[in-house]
Design a protein around this ligand. Structure first.
Ligand code: TYD
Length: 203
């Protein structure tokens, strides 16, 4: 059996990570690999219910409660979807994971970073991404791409998204082997080539 892999895609809203995830999935399938595409929050089942609250609930949500909701979704996702697939030799491509909580709830909302790391570890057990792509984009461009129909998270404002972006830079500085930052202002095709090259360098 080929070795399973867990690869995560990160970045601000509108950075183009989902497009790149789908392109890598297509590439891997063309090479005969068994690929699963998934996301946080809300891959399916219970996760979809949690996602609905996180993105659409319009009452007050404390930053702590928000973090725990993302973490509950993550714990379920790892147990029910990610771990079984990786153990079966599949490549799991996941749209957002632990680094989103560090960047958004930690750097963005101002929760304690070490505590979030500890909680991430509780939610994920032994599972860590083998590779993480961060698609880096300036806040103005990302806001333009998101447009006017913003969900609860996207409505957080420019200062918040500057902190999130800065957070992703710090994350990659601490773990350069795992976390690769790509310039998301380049063309889709150029970024895809970089993604494939970085994936290939894993092997
Ligand atoms: P989604 O519609 O999936 O956005 P995107 O297409 O940009 O990934 O919404 C997920 C939102 O939740 C997004 O704004 C990022 C945010 N988020 C966090 O704040 N913390 C987290 O741990 C995760 C997984 C996502």
């Amino acid at each position: 059996m080929t070795k399973g892999l867990f690869i995560t895609f990160e970045g601000a809203d509108g950075c183009g990570k989902t497009t790149q995830l789908m392109l890598l999935a297509k590439y891997l399938k063309s090479k005969g690999r068994d690929v699963i595409v998934t996301r946080e929050p809300g891959a399916r089942g219970l996760g979809e219910k949690i996602r609905e609250i996180l993105l659409n609930y319009d009452g007050e949500v404390s930053s702590q409660a928000e973090a725990f909701l993302f973490l509950a979704d993550r714990a379920q996702h790892i147990d029910v979807i990610v771990n079984p697939a990786v153990k079966n030799g599949k490549i799991v491509l996941c749209d957002r994971h632990t680094d989103s909580t560090i960047a958004y709830q930690g750097y963005g909302r101002g929760l304690d970073i070490d505590r979030i790391k500890m909680l991430n570890n509780l939610a994920t057990g032994d599972r860590r991404p083998d590779l993480t792509f961060v698609f880096d984009i300036d806040v103005e461009t990302s806001m333009k791409r998101v447009g006017n129909e913003k969900d609860r998270m996207e409505s957080a404002g420019v200062e918040f998204f500057n902190r999130v972006r800065n957070g992703y830079h710090k994350i990659s500085e601490l773990e350069p082997e795992r976390v690769k930052v790509l310039d998301a202002s380049k063309s889709i095709e150029d970024i895809h080539k970089e993604v494939v090259a970085l994936y290939e360098s894993l092997n």
